[in-house]
Structure formats: C-alpha cells, structure tokens
Design a protein around this ligand. Structure first.
Ligand SMILES: [Zn+2]
Length: 277
C-alpha cells in the first residue's frame, strides 16, 4: 500500500510516496500517470476498478456472474473470517471480477484479478469466474482479455482450488476451437497455480514492467537453487528473455496495445457477427 506523506501528524491526501524509490509524488499527477512513479517508473498495484477504468471504454464495463460466492468446504481454520474481512476491505465477493466491456467500441469478455483480495488467490469462485469469462468469449464470439494478479491457488480450498487449474485451461481450449483470441496480461504478481494454468496458455501474453512472474515463491526458490539466480529472477523481464512472454508493455501503452491486438486477432469475429446479423 502507498504510504501517504505525513504532514503535521495527519496524512496529506495531496501527496503519496512511491513504494519503490520512496520519493514524494503529487497525488493528482500520480493518478494522471496511471499510478506509475514519474521518477523510477514503478508500476503500483491497481485494484480491479482502476484496471477497468484505465483499460476499457468509459462506463462500458458490465459485471456478470455476481451471484456466486465461496463456501468453506474444508472448514479450514480462520478461512471464513479471513474471507469476510477481504470482502469488507475490497467490496468484492471474491478475488476475480468478470464481465463484458467495450475496447475502442469492440465488445470483449473480461476477467480481472485483484491482489488486494486475499493475494488474488484462486479458489473455486475465482476459477469459475475466469472460466465463465472464457466460455462467454467462446460462445458469443468476443475476444477475451484477462488481467492476472495472483499469488496462486488458494490453500484454504485445497484440491478444489487446484481443480480450477484444469477447468480454466479447458475453457481456454474452447476459445481456441472456436477461433476466439485470448489475451492474458501478467501484472504484479502472476505466480504459481495461476501462472501454471490459464495465464500461460493465452494466444498472446503481455506483462507490465517488473511484474513478479514465477512458480514457486522467492523463499522456496532460494532454498532449491544450486546456482545463484540472476538479480532479475522471476520478473517479467527475466521470463521475457526466456520466451515466456510476447511483450512487456508499459501501463500507458496497455490500452492501445490491446486495441491493436483485438482489432488484428478478432477482426474476423466482427465480420462473422455482421454476417449473422
Ligand atoms: Zn518511484
């Protein structure tokens, strides 16, 4: 979270502090630059509302599948309390929001993961929402755009969480058979069970600069390493060099890049819809 610069003991809403370089920024300028630090270029984490506002046509997002909520199938200690606290903190039902939106006038099916809800972890509800976003795109001929921000599968739902990996990946295959493009955007962080399922099998994979991308967490990786890892290990830049990503896109260019991709890869859908119409 950003720390607001104290002034006279009270937080001053006109200033924010960059979490990376610690420099003080004007809040208005910070928001105008899409919450990217003007000094060090650090891309601060966004909540789902900010992500939607920065990406899609104004007021075009319509949330769907709002009526599903998580049970506590394993009666995992403190899960119910933690889940309720996350709901109160974020105003979300679970860590993923899905729906439809317009991107430069073209309809797209969307899912956005929000790290602020239990680390964006994928339980049965978030897996279901990602699946429905993909299936909606496949069934209605809309390109699918998914923003990933997750520490991985949700341990409190055990195997039911891990099952989402197979379910979401099967839904990606449905898009493929219908010729519907699916674009994934890795934001900070895209890890573990999410990286190892629907995130990695998109037709086009973009990432924000310096986003953490990997399977095991940093501590586990360190313990397992025989050789010293490069300094940028598990960053978007590192996995890009390994060919895992198609492009690293600064936030200010993300919307225009997605517009181009949807126009390029989804143009045939538009034509087919016109023919049917
Ligand atoms: Zn900074």
């Amino acid at each position: 979270m950003l720390v607001r610069k104290p002034a006279g003991g009270q937080p001053n809403p006109n200033f924010v502090q960059c979490v990376n370089c610690k420099k003080t920024l004007f809040t208005a300028e910070f928001e105008a630059s899409l919450r990217v630090c003007q000094y060090c270029g650090h891309h601060h984490r966004l909540n789902w509302r900010q992500r939607v506002a920065f990406t899609f046509d104004a007021d075009s997002f319509v949330e769907t599948d709002t009526g599903i909520s998580s049970l506590d199938p394993l009666e995992f200690p403190e899960y119910a309390e933690k889940h309720q606290q996350a709901q109160a903190k974020t105003g979300m039902v679970d860590s993923v929001i899905c729906g439809t939106a317009l991107l430069d006038g073209r309809p797209v099916s969307v899912a956005v993961s929000d790290f602020h809800f239990m680390g964006g972890s994928m339980g049965s509800v978030s897996g279901e929402k990602v699946t429905r976003a993909l299936e909606r795109g496949a069934n209605e001929g809309m390109p699918v755009i998914i923003f990933c921000a997750s520490g991985g599968a949700r341990m409190q739902e055990g195997l039911l969480s891990l099952m989402q990996m197979a379910k979401t990946t099967a839904a990606v295959e449905l898009c493929r058979t219908r010729g519907v493009p699916y674009i994934a955007v890795f934001t900070d962080p895209t890890m573990a069970g999410v990286l190892a399922s629907y995130a990695s099998v998109a037709d086009v994979i973009l990432a924000e600069p310096k986003a953490l991308v990997g399977f095991a967490g940093a501590r586990v990786s360190k313990q397992a390493q025989v050789h010293k890892a490069p300094d940028d290990f598990q960053t978007a830049e590192f996995v890009f060099r390994s060919g895992m990503l198609d492009r690293i896109v600064p936030r200010r260019e993300m919307r225009s890049t997605l517009v181009s991709l949807v126009r390029l890869l989804g143009g045939h859908l538009h034509l087919e819809a016109k023919k049917v119409g």
